[in-house]
Design a binder for this molecule. Structure first.
Ligand SMILES: Nc1ncnc2c1ncn2[C@@H]1O[C@H](COP(=O)(O)OP(=O)(O)OP(=O)(O)O)[C@@H](O)[C@H]1O
Ligand code: SF4
Ligand SMILES: [Mg+2]
Length: 321
């Protein structure tokens, strides 16, 4: 696998699984991807493909039954999988911030938005009193919350879904995070608000040179925003490429099928991918996509295709490329 020298973060050959009642079940297989400073990398795939687990391993926010079997996560020259919990807690929220699908997992319903912002500002910027308040109001203005000063006094339930997501983005900005991990940040929002949040993330990426790992099942969202794309299927990266190259020269049958199922795709007849990705309980030999692939041959049922270079910075795991 190719390693990126410009990367701020590199996930290398990550193997991870869960200890279930029936024993250990592997969920991620040799997952590798990198994030360049100031760029947006999208991790795409259907539900259950391992996007969240891959991302949550970075700040080590994994379920208790998860077990990492191998791999490295290199951030600022350090392997995050080896550093003590205390240091990880410091990196989390300070250097690496999370924007979850459900904003209420990050907001405390009992405290005002202002108080939650002030806590972050006092902790990460060392500001107090009026200075801290001014900084918090500025942060809400930066994420385009109207009447920011008034809104400091609101509780999370008084904010709409889009406003809650903006408040979380404001908190991430206040701790000067170098990396934002946005896990389906717009799925719960209506289309207009989705576009506003994506524009806001793009703006932050450009103005603050923040690196963003965007997790989504929506390739349409990715097409307009990401610099680089990795497609996951059943716990493996099956294709990765710079966004322009990916859309111009899509290689993997799964990526092609995902693109064909986009409602906006007028060139192709709207298609759905029959069936669903296997769960971690299902043992599927060979290429894990073979049960749904129209191109498959006998070899696909027996051997596992590895990621191979198929273009400039373009990698694909399929025998027929
Ligand atoms: N604690 C757990 N114990 C057992 N299996 C788990 C656990 N957490 C996740 N999994 C399994 O790991 C696989 C990957 O899950 P993950 O949440 O990363 O998927 P995802 O791609 O983010 O899906 P979605 O788009 O639905 O959020 C799934 O098959 C899921 O059922
Ligand atoms: S290796 Fe075979 S089954 Fe897998 S994507 Fe390629 S053609 Fe399809
Ligand atoms: Mg997920």
């Amino acid at each position: 696998m190719y390693y990126n020298l410009m990367a701020i973060l590199e996930v290398k050959d990550l193997n991870l699984g869960f200890n279930c009642e029936c024993g250990f079940r592997q969920a991620l297989f040799d997952v590798s991807f990198s994030l360049e400073r100031g760029k947006m990398h999208a991790l795409v795939g259907e539900s259950g493909c391992g996007k969240t687990i891959s991302a949550m391993t970075i700040p080590r926010l994994l379920p208790k039954n998860a077990e990492i079997k191998g791999g490295e996560i290199i951030f600022n020259g350090e392997n995050l999988l080896k550093v003590p919990q205390k240091i990880i807690r410091n990196i989390r929220g300070h250097k690496i911030a999370l924007i979850p699908q459900d904003p209420m997992t990050s907001l405390n319903p009992l405290y005002t938005i202002g108080n939650q912002l002030l806590e972050v500002i006092e902790l990460h910027q060392g500001l107090k009193g009026k200075e801290a308040i001014n900084r918090a109001v500025q942060a809400l203005e930066d994420v385009q919350i109207p009447c920011a000063k008034e809104r400091m006094k609101s509780y999370p339930h008084e904010f709409s879904g889009g406003m809650k997501q903006r408040a979380i983005i404001a908190m991430a900005l206040c701790c000067h995070a170098e990396i934002l991990i946005a896990d389906e940040p717009t799925t719960a929002l209506d289309v207009t608000v989705q576009a506003q949040i994506m524009n806001l993330l793009k703006q932050i990426q450009k103005e603050k040179n923040t690196s963003i790992l965007l997790i989504t099942h929506d390739l349409a969202l990715v097409g307009e925003n990401a610099d680089y794309i990795s497609v996951m299927y059943a716990g493996r990266i099956v294709e990765s490429a710079p966004a322009k190259e990916f859309f111009k020269n899509t290689k993997h049958p799964y990526s092609i099928a995902l693109l064909r199922s986009l409602p906006s795709n007028r060139e192709a007849r709207l298609e759905t991918i029959e069936g669903q990705p296997p769960s971690i309980m299902q043992d599927i030999g060979g290429c894990r996509f073979h049960t749904r692939c129209k191109k498959y041959s006998e070899k696909c049922t027996k051997e596992i295709p590895q990621l191979e270079n198929v273009g400039i910075n373009h990698y694909c795991a399929c025998f027929f490329n």
